[in-house]
Design a protein around this ligand. Structure first.
Ligand SMILES: [Zn+2]
Ligand SMILES: [Zn+2]
Length: 124
């Protein structure tokens, strides 16, 4: 069975075919069973540039879904996070400071300056 044209990793010592690029090749494009002189050779940098510039109509959809920005290729939107229960707060009824447990407000009230004042003024 004939091989398909593809990108082949190569370590042949030759320079990149890109105009003005003299880097050593890392990749060949062609059929692995075809004559090597008919392959196209690119360095790693140029190969990455080529892949980054693949026009939309050439992009293999199932392989690279992240290349598509259309809504149908997006990950399903995750369920909206459940809103966390608001932490119960126990505000001091004298000074307004809030505490997260009845124990804390209990011990606070004993020393609350605002309460002492209120008591001194006969407000309780
Ligand atoms: Zn190159
Ligand atoms: Zn208080």
């Amino acid at each position: 069975m004939a091989e398909k044209c593809q990108i082949i990793k190569t370590n042949v010592f030759a320079s990149c075919e890109t105009y003005n690029c003299l880097k050593r090749i890392s990749w060949a494009i062609g059929r692995p069973d075809g004559p090597p002189q008919l392959h196209h050779y690119y360095c790693d940098d140029c190969m990455r540039d080529i892949l980054a510039s693949v026009p939309e109509e050439l992009r293999p959809e199932p392989l690279y879904p992240e290349w598509h920005d259309g809504p149908m290729f997006h990950e399903p939107t995750p369920e909206t996070e459940p809103i966390p229960e608001p932490t119960k707060s126990y505000p001091c009824k004298y000074c307004g400071e809030e505490f997260d447990s009845p124990t804390k407000i209990g011990s606070h009230t004993r020393y609350c300056e605002a309460r002492k004042e209120a008591v001194a003024n006969g407000e309780t």
